[in-house]
Design a protein around this ligand. Structure first.
Ligand SMILES: C[S@@+](CC[C@H](N)C(=O)[O-])C[C@H]1O[C@@H](n2cnc3c(N)ncnc32)[C@H](O)[C@@H]1O
Length: 152
C-alpha cells in the first residue's frame, strides 16, 4: 500500500508527545481509521476520551457529556471500561464509535488470555449497534460500531 500524506499537525503532535514522554498514543494505522470515521461525518461532532496531548477538556471523561450526541466518538480512555452503556447513549443515531487496543481473537465469543472478552462481546452484540472488529495491524484490532437509527 502506498503511503498517504498525513496532516502536517500529526508529526508535530508526535514530536510533542515524545518530548512529554507520553507513550500511549494510538498507532498510525488507528489514526487512518479515525480519519476515515471523521471523513464519513462532514461537520460532525467528534469526541475522543483519553487524549494525551490536547487540553480542550481536562478532567474525567464525563465532561464530554455536555457536548453529546457525538457523530464520531473515539473512546480511548474513560468510559471504555467503567461505563460502556453510557458511551453508547452518547452517540448520535448513525454515530460511529471506535474502541482501540484489542487483541484479535479467532474464537466466538472473543477471548483474551483465555477468558471471554466481555467488553468486546458487549459492543459486538449490543442491540443498538451494528459493530465489527477490524485488524489495525496483524496483532492488534479495534471495534468499530455505528448506532442504529436515522442520522440527524
Ligand atoms: C490509550 S491512552 C489515549 C491515547 C490517545 N487517545 C491517542 O490516540 O494518542 C488512554 C488515556 O486515557 C486517560 N484516561 C484514563 N481514564 C480516564 C478518565 N476517566 N477520564 C479521562 N481520561 C482518562 C489516561 O490517562 C491515558 O492518558
Amino acid at each position: 500500500m502506498s503511503e498517504r500524506a498525513v496532516p502536517v499537525r500529526v508529526p508535530a503532535a508526535e514530536r510533542l508527545a515524545a518530548e512529554a514522554g507520553f507513550r500511549k498514543s494510538c498507532t498510525a494505522e488507528v489514526g487512518r481509521l479515525l480519519r476515515t470515521a471523521a471523513a464519513a461525518k462532514p461537520g460532525g461532532v467528534v469526541a475522543e476520551s483519553g487524549t494525551g496531548r490536547v487540553s480542550v477538556l481536562t478532567g474525567d471523561w464525563r465532561l464530554l457529556e455536555r457536548h453529546a450526541p457525538f457523530d464520531v466518538f473515539f473512546c480511548d480512555g474513560g468510559g471504555k471500561r467503567d461505563d460502556p452503556e453510557r458511551v453508547v447513549e452518547l452517540l448520535a443515531p448513525g454515530g460511529i464509535l471506535v474502541l482501540d487496543d484489542f487483541t484479535p481473537s479467532a474464537e466466538w465469543p472473543p477471548r483474551f488470555e483465555g477468558e471471554v472478552d466481555e467488553l468486546r462481546l458487549f459492543h459486538l452484540t449490543h442491540p443498538d449497534l451494528d459493530a465489527t472488529e477490524v485488524l489495525t495491524t496483524p496483532t492488534t484490532s479495534a471495534v468499530v460500531a455505528a448506532r442504529r437509527g436515522a442520522p440527524r
